[in-house]
Design a protein around this ligand. Structure first.
Ligand code: ADP
Length: 385
């Protein structure tokens, strides 16, 4: 297959957010012809694709019309119309992630069931209809504090996840069908991004990373790569991630989020079949970025070299609490004036509290030095309105 500068080979992407934009910056490098579907004509990806289509990726007919002239189709968001993807696949479009895999992953209940069936270590869980059933199970004694409630669909970035520690928390449960799972006593949250392609033997894994969460927003604030854990734990994490990918047997990236508990045991939390926040540093710190690796795998091309050339810290730049509306960035040029800092601005027109507006990566000779620069830069930046 010759894809270079070939307008007859189109890669369609459902979703036009920042993940799509960063993927497009990498496809541009190889002159891959791209087409993006998003409801917002001002989305982050729109200025960077070869063709932009305004429309809903949740609407069956819109997705069919969008995808039928693409040879390859992928996503940058899980919540898309998978019935349309099944139809497109039957029409001969190469859809990666596979629509059936996407259906399992986008339902947190089915995803947990998949791990149980495959014997992959994940915290114990059960499906519930909603808050009433949770309260009943607690009263009966078959559900004990602390546990975590997750709505089965439509949650992201910590929305749709509720830690339930006591009776009081039972008054603030989330509505709708959910999965309730045992709360893992987390020491660290790790992630591994893996990919496969027929053109490269085996599964290729990026280095294990270590993520620190913003407790208020429940999303990643600092990411450290390489992770500060023993080689033994890294090896276990990579082998666990590979076994999840073997289970799904999917093309395109699989980002595997893991918990390391107080006893140094690893548990699979969840996966994303696309580029992921845990791989943003790879743009600046690795030979091949996660974004390039994703489309290489989707197009069944040889996978890239994932060697990381420097320790890296990635920091999400979040909308400041208390501000909502047209975006203004404070302290930007000062932040750019630091050694080893690469800024990435997503181009969203409006900010709101904790919205992901950009990120920066610090690369340095040592992780400690990168951490100290990252903390300094973070303190100077504010996204307001
Ligand atoms: P999202 O898809 O919205 O990111 P996650 O399932 O990753 O949701 O959960 C968000 C965060 O909630 C996790 O990163 C972790 O900090 C916490 N969490 C989720 N599940 C558990 C669990 N079983 N035990 C302890 N903490 C959990």
């Amino acid at each position: 297959m010759n894809f270079i500068s070939n307008p007859h080979i189109k890669l369609g992407i459902l979703g036009g957010g920042q993940l799509g934009k960063m993927m497009l910056l990498s496809t541009a490098n190889y002159d891959v012809y791209t087409k993006v579907l998003d409801p917002d004509p001002h989305c982050s990806s729109a200025p960077f694709c070869s063709e932009f289509v305004q429309g809903s990726f949740n609407d069956y007919q819109t997705v069919i019309d969008f995808g039928k002239d693409c040879q390859y189709l992928t996503v940058e968001i899980e919540h898309v119309n998978t019935d349309a993807l099944h139809t497109l696949k039957s029409m001969g479009v190469e859809v990666h992630p596979d629509p059936a895999v996407l259906e399992v992953i986008k339902d947190k209940g089915r995803q947990k069931e998949f791990y149980r069936e495959k014997g992959i270590k994940t915290s114990d869980f059960q499906w519930v209809e909603g808050p009433d059933e949770i309260v009943r199970l607690v009263k009966e004694g078959s559900l004990v504090f602390p546990f975590v409630q997750k709505t089965r669909t439509a949650g992201y970035d910590g929305k749709g996840v509720k830690m339930v520690r006591n009776e009081e928390d039972l008054h603030h449960l989330l509505a709708g069908p959910s999965v309730v799972e045992v709360a893992v006593p987390i020491k660290k949250e790790l992630a591994v991004i893996v990919a496969q392609s027929d053109a490269t033997p085996g599964i290729v894994a990026f280095d294990v990373v270590d993520m620190e969460f913003n407790p208020q927003a429940n999303l990643v604030e600092f990411l450290y790569s390489p992770a500060n854990v023993s080689q033994h734990i890294k090896d276990q994490a990579v082998s666990l991630a590979k076994s999840v990918l073997q289970g799904f047997n999917n093309r395109g990236l699989l980002a595997v989020e893991l918990f390391l508990d107080e006893q140094d045991e690893l548990w699979v939390n969840e996966v994303a079949p696309r580029p992921h926040n845990s791989g943003h540093h790879t743009i600046d710190a690795n030979v091949t970025s996660q974004f390039e690796q994703h489309w290489r795998s989707v197009l069944n091309l040889p996978l890239g070299d994932v060697t990381q050339h420097s320790p890296a810290v990635m920091v999400n730049i979040l909308g400041e609490p208390g501000y909502e509306g047209p975006v203004t960035y404070e302290g930007w040029s000062d932040a750019m004036n630091h050694k080893g800092v690469k800024m990435h601005v997503y181009g969203k027109k409006t900010t709101k509290p904790f919205r992901k507006m950009g990120h920066f990566t610090v690369i340095s000779d040592t992780l400690d030095e990168a951490i100290s620069i990252a903390r300094n830069v973070k303190n100077k930046l504010k996204v307001v309105s």
